[in-house]
Design a protein around this ligand. Sequence first.
Ligand code: S3P
Length: 433
Amino acid sequence: MRTKRRRERPLLGVVAVPGDKSISHRALILSALSHGRSTVTNVNTGLDVRATAGALQSLGAKCTIATAGGDTKARAVVEGLGLHNLREPSDVIDVGNSGTTMRCLLGVCAGIHGLSVLTGDSSIRARPMLRVVVPLRAMGATIDGRNHGDRAPLSVRGGDLTGADHELAVASAQVKTALLLAGLCARGSTSVTEPGVSRDHTERMLATAGADIAVDGRTVRLTGGRELAVVDRDVPGDFSSAMFLIGAALLVPGSELTIEGVGLNPTRIGALDVLTEMGADLSVHPRAAADEPVGSIEVRHSHLRGTTIEGDRVPGMIDELPILATLATQAEGQTVITGAGELRVKESDRIRALAAGLVALGAAVSETPDGLVIDGPAPLAGGEVDSLNDHRIAMSFAVAGLVAEDNVKVRGWSCVDTSFPEFLDLLGKAQRR
Ligand code: S3P
């Protein structure tokens, strides 16, 4: 027999989310590639960014992360060695669950004379890597691995790279970043053209560091050889993490939450347009910032309606689709997500994970080859669901749990530590007000 759970308390007040994961990875890597000491404040302290810090250490760049305490923000200190002084690692580099570490480091290692071997957990070892391996080979790196180089462990024999023009089959900021990082050490110029608009943190941060880089529509071109300037950075709050709190506030009656200091890079916040179409009561307040737009987002409990999310909008909300799917189960009418096949090759097959978990909770969700069809609003009963060890799936199910009749138990919950270890603390804080 199920026990009826108490009504959830509203989310109230002002919260700040920890630093952006994508920007944190890039800040550490660019710091390691510049010559001298840089500090990165409000760095993301999840396991993925720690994997990047560990990998850079293996390549000879001292990189330490001190966690936040009291009012102090987490801070990384990196002793960079410049473009050509990272060295062959003495052991296999383990990136854990982090796709961004794996793909970006492949680009870095392609520029290092010597052999680097990279591997990761079972999810990483199942993810496609040819999308980055093939263009890096075209620049002169020798890369091999399982499945002819499509699966980690991967070995990279780097050095002597020559710039090349790359046309990507899928929009991917990870691949674009890997190729630009390799391009920094290559002779001549490297360009990357994408079929869609992926996040542009790398381009912005390289420009700030003085790289010879220019963006023209969906093409970015970089000429290698110029050393990067040492830059101290303050990382904006992670919009992708903020979306789980925004989602919770939209669903729980009485909520009125402000998230401050959050990154508002236009290539990241496509989910806000979708939420507005769905009828969310939201307001966004940008403030002047350096190379990355930052501001606050106010959100109030709202009655949502279904919407359509098609392929060309997907890269701008790729990591937010799981929480949007949860919200769609509570929206009036149908939500259709198409052109999102990339979700199948993330930390888990997110289309399968979402359909299985949300249906188990009582939602009306069906899978398509490249998306989901969700009919709402459906009362959620509660029960046990599997995160497939995917942080964004786990947090999406936790938010569903806020409006389920009974408790929701998420299997593999500890995976949340990869990006947002503070999630439950911040949710609890917002609900205690
Ligand atoms: C990321 C890019 C995205 C995103 C991932 C982080 C990045 O992946 O899904 O969580 O930091 O560059 P793709 O670039 O492969 O789409």
